[in-house]
Ligand binder design. Structure first.
Ligand code: ADP
Ligand code: MG
Length: 622
């Protein structure tokens, strides 16, 4: 694959004037800001000396807000108004989020991107992220005693699509940050390890955070990184381990199911589970302790127990690693180094199992929480023109294929997934009718062959094609993806030179002033039709639950006894009867009942999934 040189626009900086540029890891769970000071990248601490800022914002009365630790400590008592993990919702619609039912938020569906209704009005994930970014910007300004941060490099997961990248850029803009570049998290981690100065070859970056797992393969050639493949699971991380620990500890404490607990108690059980899990990375025993029913529930947890609970989840990450290696046709022996990223890689079990899989010790000497921000800072410093050794090149890949709709609702792929960016590719099309003077161009994203199953990014028309017989016009459509992963598409009729183009700010992506307007409107109409919205929301939830459960039954009914099937059937019938009605609360309750009634079934399906992933392998492969 050809390597492309990325050159930065703009003039060379005054050599005497150092520009202050920061790297920001805008994480699902935590965010950090780092900068190169005295020639070394370091994370910038807050006034209390803490470098991690929990990615949490609490909206309070009178438009006040708490950000970070303060917000987090209020999470249990004010779950609805304390927004965490919004990175998962960036540039997403409600239908894109799988587990809305499990979250304590009042979601509001919007055509571009979902929002959450809080006591301070509706908040989009972009606004929440902007609060976090603004807080980090403030920290950097305080550290350097300046109000002129030249710019920031912000990291995003390698698989983030256009809408998610655009949402991240918009959040930065709202926070008053000049985005020098978005770079992928694994690339930043590899840069932090200085692998770009090391030997050429393949490297893997294993990133297990709070809510997500990402595995990336990078190839280093002549000091240049290229992301050759990415994979992972967007709904798997340390949080799932917390859930497993909390459920187990609750059962030990005599609480059969967490379903009956208040939101507050559930949260408290999870917070305690997380503390236990983190302690057990250092110690062999820890106590899970939660105030429940006027008393205190206390359960001892050993590391062995934690590992038994966490193991199935960690093994899911290993399956994803093997898949990426297979997809990229890379043997594990070809991988020259494995970088560990994300707080959850502090767990000894994770380190052991990943080392075993690759057959080599993993790299852990840079703090796994900080490594992404540190690499971003090195990049930011280079992009600001401060580094003497000149250009550092970074290459990312396209996470999902990009293409065009052709006749019959089919997708013609123009740029394949995992193609390195920036990239430009052109393809020729022609007219299908005699005398046709216009052509509709529909840009889609995804791996499916049918337009109806792909994500629609943009539509535009090429007009003014000179009338010709069908098939005579030569229309060249060019796709261009810039270094930030943003797409523009242009079409040109080769004979006459007529042209049309769009910059794709897909579905969510709107023009900048529209975004500002949209954010404002969010406040203005917040109270309007809350009731109507929550009804619609409940109905959508109900439909999704019905569909998902029926599909699961169709696939795996044999995992259930006939009594269990009947019980679930009854719950579904009740939900269906209510689903088109107008009682939002009743619908929600019925959805909740199905969720609870199918918990055991879901667990059985998951176990089966793991067994299937492992079947046919010998023991030492696992
Ligand atoms: P994200 O990238 O999603 O923001 P992080 O990389 O900050 O996530 O990782 C957060 C996760 O790491 C949480 O689930 C947290 O409990 C876990 N974690 C942090 N420290 C430890 C530790 N010492 N042992 C085990 N897990 C840890
Ligand atoms: Mg992370």
């Amino acid at each position: 694959m050809a390597l492309l040189q990325i050159s930065e626009p703009g003039q060379a900086p005054d050599p005497h004037q150092r520009r202050i540029a920061v790297g920001i890891d805008l994480g699902t769970t935590h965010s950090l800001v780092a900068a190169v000071r005295h020639g070394l990248a370091e994370c910038l601490p807050d006034a209390q000396g803490r470098v991690l800022l929990p990615s949490a914002v609490r909206y309070m009365e009178g438009g006040r807000r708490q950000i970070g630790f303060e917000a987090l400590s209020a999470q249990a008592e004010d779950a609805e108004n304390t927004l965490v993990s919004v990175k998962r919702f960036m540039g997403r619609r409600l239908a894109d989020v799988a587990d809305v039912g499990r979250l304590p938020y009042r979601f509001v569906d919007h055509p571009g991107m979902l929002a959450v209704s809080t006591r301070d009005g509706e908040k989009t994930p972009v606004e929440v992220s902007a609060e976090i970014l603004a807080s980090l910007r403030q920290r950097a300004e305080d550290t350097f005693d300046t109000d002129e941060i030249f710019g920031a490099v912000i990291t995003v997961p390698a698989y983030f699509d256009d809408a998610q990248r655009q949402a991240t850029k918009d959040a930065a803009q709202l926070a008053g940050l000049n985005v020098l570049r978005l770079i992928s998290e694994p690339t930043a981690a590899a840069v932090a390890y200085g692998l770009d100065n090391g030997s050429e070859g393949l490297y893997a970056v294993y990133d297990l955070g709070g809510g997500t797992f990402d595995i990336s393969l990078l190839r280093l050639t002549a000091g240049v990184f290229e992301v050759v493949a990415t994979g992972g699971d967007a709904a798997l991380g340390g949080d799932d381990i917390d859930h497993a620990v909390a459920d187990w500890a609750l059962a030990q404490a005599g609480v059969a199911s967490s379903a009956g607990l208040s939101a507050h108690d559930k949260r408290a059980a999870l917070v305690a589970a997380r503390a236990v899990k983190e302690t057990l990375s250092e110690s062999l025993v820890a106590a899970w302790q939660v105030p429940l029913d006027g008393g205190t529930a206390r359960v001892e947890v050993s590391r062995e127990r934690l590992e038994a609970l966490a193991r199935p989840l960690v093994e899911r990450t290993l399956a994803a690693v093997r898949k990426v290696l297979r997809d990229a046709r890379v043997g594990r022996d070809e991988v020259q180094g494995v970088v560990m990223v994300g707080g959850s890689t502090r767990m000894p079990l994770v380190r052991t199992l990943v080392s075993e899989l690759f057959g080599r010790p993993v790299l852990t000497n840079v703090n796994p929480d900080e490594v992404v921000a540190l690499g971003a800072a090195v990049q930011a410093n280079a992009l600001a023109g401060n580094s003497r050794d000149g250009e550092l090149l970074l290459l990312d890949v396209i996470a999902l294929s990009l293409g065009l709709e052709t006749m019959g609702g089919l997708v013609e792929r123009v740029i394949e997934r995992n193609t390195t960016i920036p990239v430009a590719k052109a393809q020729e099309f022609t007219t299908f009718k005699d005398g046709q003077t216009a052509m509709a161009i529909h840009v889609v994203q995804g791996e499916r062959d049918l337009v109806s199953e792909s994500r629609s990014l943009a539509r535009f028309e090429l007009r003014g094609i000179p009338p010709m017989v069908a098939g005579a016009a030569r229309i060249r459509v060019t796709f261009q993806v810039d270094a930030d992963g943003l797409l523009s598409v242009s079409a040109r009729e080769q004979g006459s030179g007529v042209e049309a183009s769009v910059v794709v700010k897909p579905s969510y992506g709107l023009a900048e002033d529209q975004i500002a307007q949209m954010l404002k409107d969010g406040f203005a109409h917040a109270e309007d039709d809350m009731a109507a919205r929550s009804l619609r929301e409940a109905q959508v939830d109900a439909q999704r639950m019905l569909l998902a459960t029926r599909a699961a039954l169709l696939a795996d009914a044999r995992l259930l006894s006939s009594e269990e099937q009947a019980a679930i059937g009854e719950l579904l019938a009740r939900l269906e009867a209510l689903a088109s009605g107008t009682d939002a609360h009743a619908i929600e309750a019925a959805v909740e009942a199905v969720a609870e009634g199918t918990e055991h079934f879901a667990a059985a399906r998951m176990n089966q999934g793991i067994r299937q992933a492992l079947s046919g392998r010998t023991l030492d492969e696992i």
